[in-house]
Design a protein around this ligand. Structure first.
Ligand SMILES: O=P(O)(O)OC[C@H]1O[C@H](O[C@H]2O[C@H](CO)[C@@H](O)[C@H](O)[C@H]2O)[C@H](O)[C@@H](O)[C@@H]1O
Length: 263
């Protein structure tokens, strides 16, 4: 879908999470982008903020990432929020139920070609994921066009989805995206009546931003203005973390005031 570019998207209002269900992208939204996929870590502050938001939103918090769900789980440690991984085609519900497609055999052939490309192009990293093969060229930006051309050829030859990303192109299982994941998670009984709010930075997040708006909520673009389905914008990861931390505290203040009134 074509979305208008809007250079004057406002920051999200402080009360946007009242009655909301919160969906969060990971890389570029909750953690700064790094040179390599394995060079990111979840800080104690981020873990604490999510724990508080989970309490405030009565469990209505989920991560929707392009990474495998198991990796997100490992990065956060024991978590009780739902995770969608692999750009929406993997769902791990908060109660542990898993919905996941099978890995097609074609991904092994794709992996072999991608590995050969990496061997011939120093700096290129290949990420072998349960439901995808990502060709990362962040450390070899000069081969961007070749990497994208290879990914396009492999996607057509093996009938898999081509997922563009930040300094990477991924061949992945299709049939879903971050929008379908958000919609599936919104079907959970605890989400009834909530407004979805999705925060994300990448093109893979656009279906999630659009689905949040379509279901009566809103998307928050993270990073520079571009064509987007988002209604609000934050400049970067630091602003996201500050906004989420403020929202968590605001919720605790409101809950304490309600408790005082009831006493
Ligand atoms: O949907 P996300 O949670 O944002 O995941 C998207 C991809 O993130 C990772 O790659 C990106 O982050 C890396 C670490 O900062 C960076 O080196 C790379 O250039 C980025 O594209 C992850 O490795 C991918 O599997 C995700 O699909």
């Amino acid at each position: 879908m074509h979305h208008p570019r809007n250079d004057i998207l406002p920051p999200p209002p402080a009360d946007l999470l009242e009655g909301a269900a919160l969906f969060l992208d990971f890389d570029g939204t909750l953690v700064e982008l790094a040179e390599r996929p394995d060079a990111v870590a979840v800080s104690a502050e981020l873990r604490d903020t999510l724990r508080r938001l989970l309490a405030r939103l009565e469990g209505r918090v989920a991560i929707i990432s392009g990474r495998p769900a198991a990796q997100i789980r490992e990065l956060f440690g024991p978590v009780d929020f739902a995770i969608s991984g692999s750009h929406g085609v993997e769902l791990v519900h908060a109660d542990g139920r898993v919905v996941m497609a099978e890995r097609p055999a074609a991904l092994d052939e794709i992996l072999a070609e991608a590995d050969a490309f990496a061997a011939a192009n120093p700096g290129v990293l290949i990420e072998n994921k349960p439901l995808g093969v990502a060709i990362h060229y962040r450390q070899a930006p000069e081969v961007e066009q070749e990497a994208i051309a290879l990914a396009m050829r492999l996607a057509a030859a093996h009938q898999v989805a081509l997922q563009p990303g930040k300094m990477m192109a991924e061949l992945r299982v299709g049939g879903g995206d971050k929008g379908s994941a958000l919609r599936a998670l919104m079907e959970e009984p605890n989400m009834a009546g909530a407004r979805p709010v999705f925060l994300g930075d990448d093109v893979t997040d656009e279906p999630g931003l659009a689905a949040a708006a379509a279901l009566g909520g809103a998307g928050v673009l993270v990073g520079p203005a571009r064509e987007t389905a988002a209604r609000y914008r934050l400049d970067g990861v630091a602003d996201v973390l500050a906004w989420l931390a403020a929202a968590a505290v605001r919720g605790e203040g409101a809950a304490a005031a309600a408790g005082d009134e009831a006493a």
